[in-house]
Design a protein around this ligand. Structure first.
Ligand SMILES: Cc1cc2nc3c(=O)[nH]c(=O)nc-3n(C[C@H](O)[C@H](O)[C@H](O)COP(=O)(O)OP(=O)(O)OC[C@H]3O[C@@H](n4cnc5c(N)ncnc54)[C@H](O)[C@@H]3O)c2cc1C
Length: 433
């Protein structure tokens, strides 16, 4: 019987180190360089950040999601979950620990499907944090339904020629290369007729038309590119995986990406609870501390309960991924975590904001940013509704309908069945009377 909720002492020590390190050394970067994780580093940044990365490496905590053959520690998802919930407190932390999305997901698929040449050219610099990457899949006319994608790649001698539009290619403006999903055979099912390409961002014809910003960011100074691919020529070696493998590759990438977001969300939600509790114990109003008001106690208890459930579920899902080494097999639970995540963060951040009064709504506190992040989480990597449908479909696979007039659990039928089952005893009982 092994069903253990304890972390082995050696790894716990590393986690304790990481917790202090993130708070003391890394969180200041969030205020020094807000949103700066994907901006190529200048000399000053190198001086500050390189030694921090060295400390992470010295602790054996660099890129823990990757196997040793790729320069990681091969810890697997469960250990990564425990680490990621610490890193989730700080936007910069994943960069300093070599686990920054979307580069982690992109690295993972190149590691899985890339040729040795592709790995050398793209994977190694990605892993060393020397370049950024962008995943270019969503199109303006349809994101949740990839069967609507129209970006086309046509073979021309030894090259592929790409044409089409992509939307929300995050970080494309500083990425060295893009992973582009395109239709290679329109005559068969899209599930088999699309392929992935590795395209250097400076390839002629890769036109970033606009850098779409999220709410609060100036127009055209955001991070999510609208890209027009116009006669972009990609050599045959730019094909990632086999022709027609795009859907399989996308599932590999998105499965990991979704659960990693969930892990980091635990850290963010915990930070909101920490702030809520501090405020509740600091602020006096109407004769008592906020912490003594039952409504506020309710906020704290509800937040704790929501997060405790979510955290255990995410850890369990991570454990499943390690056990089966197969995202597809764990799809239902990854989708469930993805569905729960936005509401969880929204609810907890909202309560924490409320407890802070007017201050909570300002840009001097991080609550709206968290709430906004929750909204984004309900869409990025696929809308909540689509994931709910996935969860339901997977659950329904284990059930069968009944041809009977009444449901199986219909109580009058159950009573008749029970009487029939124990009829001989019941008859005796009657006989003894
Ligand atoms: C911050 C952020 C970063 C992103 N980064 C990337 C990236 O790097 N690369 C990339 O390729 N994409 C990226 N995306 C795009 C993301 O994957 C898409 O937004 C997502 O797949 C939804 O597509 P859509 O926006 O076109 O919405 P639509 O497909 O138009 O869906 C809109 C709404 O319709 C409803 N809906 C859709 N389908 C169904 C259904 N089957 N059943 C019920 N209701 C449904 C839902 O309410 C859904 O929210 C990012 C998005 C965000 C917000």
């Amino acid at each position: 019987m092994s069903w253990d909720f304890e972390t082995e002492p050696e790894y716990q020590k590393k986690l304790d180190w990481a917790r202090d390190f993130v708070r003391e050394e890394v969180e200041p970067l969030d205020y020094l360089y807000p949103h700066g994780q994907f901006v190529p580093m200048d000399e000053t940044k190198h001086k500050i950040i390189d030694p921090l990365k060295d400390q992470v490496r010295a602790q054996g905590l660099w890129a823990t999601h990757l196997g040793p053959e790729l320069g990681g520690e091969g810890f697997g998802q469960l250990k990564l979950a425990l680490l990621n919930e610490i890193l989730g407190r700080s936007p910069w932390a994943s960069t300093v620990f070599g686990t920054q999305a979307p580069d982690t997901g992109n690295a993972e698929i190149i590691a899985h499907y890339g040729t040795p040449e592709q790995k050398e050219r793209y994977l190694q610099p990605l892993l060393h944090g020397e370049m950024f990457s962008s995943y270019s899949m969503t199109e303006p006319q349809g994101g949740a339904d990839p069967t609507q994608f129209t970006t086309r790649a046509v073979k021309d001698g030894d090259e592929w020629v790409l044409n089409g539009w992509k939307y929300f290619s995050s970080n494309a403006k500083t990425a060295s290369f893009l992973i582009v999903m395109a239709v290679t055979n329109p005559d068969i099912s899209p599930y088999k007729g699309m392929s992935m390409f590795l395209v250097p961002t400076d390839t002629p014809g890769v036109n970033i038309v606009r850098n779409v910003g999220l709410y609060g960011e100036p127009i055209d100074e955001g991070w999510h590119a609208l890209i027009h691919y116009e006669d972009v020529r990609v050599p045959a070696e730019g094909l990632l995986g086999g022709e027609g493998q795009a859907f399989v590759i996308a599932q590999t990438r998105l499965g990991g990406g979704r659960i990693h977001h969930a892990m980091r969300t635990i850290g963010m939600a915990q930070k909101a609870i920490d702030m809520m509790c501090e405020r509740a114990l600091s602020r006096h109003t109407a004769g008592s501390l906020l912490a003594d008001k039952q409504f506020v106690q309710g906020y704290i208890a509800d937040s704790y309960a929501q997060l405790a459930q979510f955290r255990l579920f995410v850890l369990y899902t991570a454990w499943e991924i390690d056990k089966y080494n197969d995202y597809k097999r764990v799809r239902k639970d990854i989708a469930t975590a993805k569905v729960v995540m936005p509401t969880l963060l929204h609810d907890i951040a909202w309560r924490a904001m409320q407890v802070h009064g007017a201050l909570g709504t300002t840009n001097e506190m991080p609550f709206f940013q968290m709430i906004h992040g929750a909204g984004v989480m309900g869409l990025a990597d696929g809308p909540t509704e689509v994931h709910k449908a996935t969860v339901a479909r997977q659950i329904l696979r284990d059930y069968r309908g009944t041809d009977e007039m009444w449901p199986t659990e219909w109580i009058p039928g159950k009573i008749d069945d029970a009487k029939a089952k124990y009829a001989q005893y019941l008859e005796l009982e009657v006989g003894n009377l």
